[in-house]
Design a protein around this ligand. Sequence first.
Ligand SMILES: Nc1ncnc2c1ncn2[C@@H]1O[C@H](COP(=O)(O)OP(=O)(O)OP(=O)(O)O)[C@@H](O)[C@H]1O
Ligand SMILES: [Mg+2]
Length: 505
Amino acid sequence: MTTEAPGRVLLEMKGIGKSFPGVKALEGVNLTIREGQVHALLGENGAGKSTLIKILSGAYTRDEGEIFFDGAKADIRTPADAERLGISTIYQEFNLTPNMTIAENIFLGHLPVKGGRIDWGTVRSRSRELLDSLDVDLPVDTLTGRLSVAQQQMVEIAKALNRNTRILVMDEPSAVLSERDIENLFAVVRRLQAAGIGIIYISHRLKEIFELADEVTVLKDGRYVDTKQVADVGMDDLVKLMIGRDLEDVYPKRAVPPGEVVLTVSHLAQSHLAKDVSFDLRAGEIIGFAGITGSGRTETARVLFGADRATAGTMTLFGAPYSPRSPRDAINHGVALVTEDRKRQGLLLKLQVFFNTTISGLDRLSRFGVLDLKGEQGLVRTWIQNLRIKTPTPQFLVVNMSGGNQQKVVLARWLSLGIKVFIMDEPTRGIDVGSKAEIYQIMADLADQGVAILMISSELPEVLGMSDRVMVMREGRIVKELSREQASEEVVMQYAVGHEEAAAR
Ligand SMILES: Nc1ncnc2c1ncn2[C@@H]1O[C@H](COP(=O)(O)OP(=O)(O)OP(=O)(O)O)[C@@H](O)[C@H]1O
Ligand SMILES: [Mg+2]
């Protein structure tokens, strides 16, 4: 038996098609959104989710298909068309202007005028109301450039609400948030839902879909697969719809026990963020670093990779003192970092896939100062295949790839280098379940070959599933080391937020 979706139909997209040179991004895709509904959009990396919502928001024009809004045909061709209908989109890269205040951003392009002058009184009071309704406790004249990611997201939502939004689209909103901020986001989404707004929610985290969504539409390779009531399906069903097969053993079994100590870190500090960090990492070992945002995990990683200098403490690598002066120095020592923020740090977006996968390996690939293009192409092809990077040609621009595929390019870049110590900061953020399992397999294979891996992750299932040991960080220190057997979601969280008494019980 299937449940009927309640609520009046707000939006219908029918038979949507879109091509880019060399890529059929969408074909025959349908989507129906109702008032007061949270509708999840699900699919592997490159399935066409972002493309579909860009068509809805007028950022891209469709090649085929029809859109109906409130029962009437709506010809959305520009962002202004979408805005007029009350469709607001929050992209992963926010559109706030950093050197303007919250209030100015909320009213950007819509400043109210009274008697020939901008009505700042209304701008401020209305912004205050909107922020209050979202439980945001910030002065309306704060510059948005100074806000945390979670706060910026709330300002984006306030901006959307100020425009009388009837459909709010969120493309992977939780990918950039900590656990606590996600809870807050969910509370806000539920309030918007209660107010009758239709919400399109894109996320790779199936758990969130079960927690938040009423209905889910699955895309695969640009095609419409199915729409289901969330109450009628289980995790396994969704995974199967998404990847077209069952997925067993997301976390691979590891064959080889850890070996010699490769890296020793003692009493490491970096400004006030990492205060006193000591641990060692063995060949073939995967250590998971858990902790809430701001616990000092990323700062520690940056020192290990030579992006920042330590302010105290020492490190040894293969028995010799190690103090990398730059990322290049770290790479030359065989230490690599896969970053959390692929847009800003990990990828040179304008470059082609080809260059991105090899840019740090140019030293190795060029013999006598000449770039060995043939060898390079072969290596790139291998990794594109192994990681199932969806790209029409190796000459494709990374900026036009889907979010998850960009993350895989980052990995491919390092894998083509033969690195000995891998630091991975949120390595599977924004990556679909099928590809995640592949990345876990690659991590396990690397470990079996003696590569040491330090993984920073906010996804506890992945920390628990992959790590030989778990280090919990809080306020710049490792507060607890847990063996694989000792570690559970509950215990890790309790140490991460400082409720050890509860954990010890
Ligand atoms: N501007 C563009 N030019 C060329 N190809 C594009 C462009 N935008 C998207 N594509 C291609 O369209 C396909 C669908 O991409 P899209 O970004 O919609 O995927 P997605 O489902 O959002 O994936 P992810 O989960 O990784 O974010 C991909 O093959 C992508 O490379
Ligand atoms: Mg996307």
